[in-house]
Design a protein around this ligand. Structure first.
Ligand SMILES: [Zn+2]
Length: 562
């Protein structure tokens, strides 16, 4: 159906183009790309040299001489000069609006010590005197002695107006005294359900707000206007194309932001976006009907609504990921559903034909998610919904085979094992030895036969795919530490990492018949890289540059000079 539509559009477009831009194309291909090293992602035929494109699809994948035979007068011939080509990258979990905004806002990523954090906040406050609030995100727990910041530190940097900064994972907020005053958070304020106002020994709020307690301040932040959001989305789309992405999965979005996204994609048609709406707890028939309406409205290969996403737990660093065994110091995290509530909710969406994506990080939350998926399929007599566990950070080893058995997708993030100070000094100790050994177990997940789709969770980590591949393959920082990698038995081959960012991510959005590998009839979505990832020493993968991104046969990004 989609192929027919594309051919019809092309048939209409070609004579017009031919009238305007001579010469007439006498070949069968509109564009050919020759003289490269092509990783197709196709199991029986992984390597080729050249591609022929007709309209928006691949006409043929083969040797340079075969493909040259399809070119005629008027065919655009691109010499790849030995460059490496892969299917277009697909990021299976990110947040486009947050990512776009992160390109413009105060960011504290890579600020690994308090001096750097302080310098960045101070500089931003100074250069933005007009901002009513100082806001930003990206701080890591390891930058603060004891793993958490304080309002006194922020008061010293921003004494004149409210300031509020989110942690890199979005689960913890850091407010100054002015922000707490506006939010009326005092020593007598009680914790909201599913959150914590951290207090010191004297009972005073420290400025740290965990999980749902962040809302106390966040609801006061100046709201972005729709045109500001749309501008950020357009920036995010262009940036994604520059990172070699042809597709992304938007992990949860409000209806209002979905409208902004649709407008942004119309103005900047450089990306395919698969969208998850927000999962409602025990959805009413009216809620399901409204979401179904959106699914019918946004159903093109460029913008497609097909999933709902919900949160089962929090994060490891905040001790809010739901675990079977306690954290050091006590507590097992906060599951946000009972099993019964979750079973009902998942079954309702499953029955209505939705793919359900559940954020589940702790072993207990992961077990709950799998149980709800298994029960929904049984209760409804459904199969092939490809429900997904998002993040899947600390699974029990015995739960891994359940993914294959129930056809559940393991949606993991390639840079989550990035072993920086935050990871080694806060994340790993919060887990303890036994759990750390089974955390972020990419190889064990593959070995259990699961379909594993890679994403970034941008803006939590960058969505620069070559950096994700480098991390999954080496499990070291880009400076090469620790030597040999953190939990090195879970390192992946380059092919496996590529597969998770292409074919498996396409599978995770029910699109593997159209995209994700390079073969005749598939979408002409591919990326040209500066180096051959398959023959490179792993420590050099991170230096790879994207030279060209092709989406549906058209360039969506071209590096200067290529
Ligand atoms: Zn996310």
């Amino acid at each position: 159906m989609r192929v027919l539509v594309a051919l019809w559009l092309m048939a209409a477009a070609v004579p017009l183009a031919a009238q305007k831009v001579a010469p007439v194309n006498t070949g069968r291909a509109d564009r050919v790309f020759v003289g490269g090293r092509v990783w197709t992602g196709e199991p029986g035929k992984p390597l080729a040299e050249a591609l022929a494109v007709r309209g928006s699809t691949l006409l043929k994948v083969g040797s340079t001489s075969e493909i040259r035979g399809l070119a005629g007068k008027g065919t655009d011939v691109v010499d790849l000069r030995g460059r490496f080509v892969t299917p277009g990258f697909i990021d299976a979990h990110l947040h486009l609006l947050g990512g776009g905004l992160s390109l413009e806002e105060l960011r504290l990523d890579d600020a690994s010590d308090f001096a750097t954090v302080a310098a960045r906040i101070g500089a931003w406050a100074k250069t933005h005197p007009e901002a009513r609030w100082v806001t930003g995100e990206g701080w890591s727990y390891a930058a603060f002695p004891g793993g958490l910041p304080s309002r006194a530190q922020l008061d010293a940097l921003v004494p004149d107006r409210p300031a509020y900064l989110s942690s890199y994972d979005g689960h913890t907020g850091w407010a100054n005294s002015a922000a707490l005053r506006l939010a009326e958070v005092t020593r007598s304020t009680t914790n909201p359900a599913g959150g914590e106002i951290v207090k010191d020994a004297a009972g005073e709020p420290t400025g740290v707000l965990k999980e749902s307690a962040q809302q106390l301040v966040e609801r006061l932040l100046p709201k972005k206007l729709p045109h500001e959001n749309e501008r950020a989305l357009r920036r995010a789309i262009a940036q994604a194309a520059a990172w070699g992405l042809t597709g992304v999965h938007q992990a949860g979005i409000s209806e209002e932001d979905l409208e902004s996204l649709a407008r942004a994609l119309e103005a900047t048609p450089q990306l395919r976006v698969y969208v998850a709406l927000q999962m409602e707890r025990d959805p009413t028939p009216e809620a399901l009907a409204r979401q179904d309406e959106l699914r019918r409205r946004f159903a093109t290969p460029r913008l497609r609504v097909g999933a709902v996403k919900g949160f089962l737990d929090g994060v490891v660093e905040g001790h809010t990921a739901a675990m079977f065994e306690p954290y050091p110091g006590g507590g097992t995290g906060l599951p946000r559903f009972t099993q019964e509530e979750l079973d009902r909710t998942v079954a309702a969406y499953d029955k209505a034909g939705w793919q359900v994506m559940l954020h589940a990080i702790g072993d207990r939350a992961i077990d709950m998610a799998l149980t709800a998926f298994e029960r929904a399929a049984r209760a409804n007599g459904t199969s092939g919904r490809r429900h997904r566990v998002e993040h899947l950070e600390v699974p029990r080893t015995l739960d891994l085979p359940r993914f294959k058995a129930a056809g559940v997708i393991a949606s993991t993030q390639a840079m989550f094992p990035y072993p920086n100070a935050n990871h080694l000094e806060v994340y790993v100790p919060a887990l303890g030895k036994e759990r750390a050994r089974r955390a972020l177990a990419f190889k064990a997940t593959d070995d259990a036969g699961a379909i594993q789709a890679f994403g970034s969770d941008w803006p939590v980590f960058t969505a620069e795919v070559v950096r994700g591949i480098a991390t999954a393959v080496t499990r070291t920082t880009f400076e090469g530490s620790p030597a040999g990698g953190w939990e090195p038995t879970e390192r992946l081959s380059v092919e496996a990492a590529l597969r998770h960012f292409t074919r498996d991510a396409a599978y995770a959005e029910h699109a593997e018949q159209e995209r994700g590998t390079l073969r005749e009839g598939r979408a002409a979505d591919f990326v040209v890289l500066s180096q051959d990832l398959l023959s490179l020493p792993p420590e050099r993968i991170k230096d790879t540059k994207v030279l060209l991104t092709v989406l549906g046969g058209q360039d969506s990004f071209r590096a200067p000079g290529f």
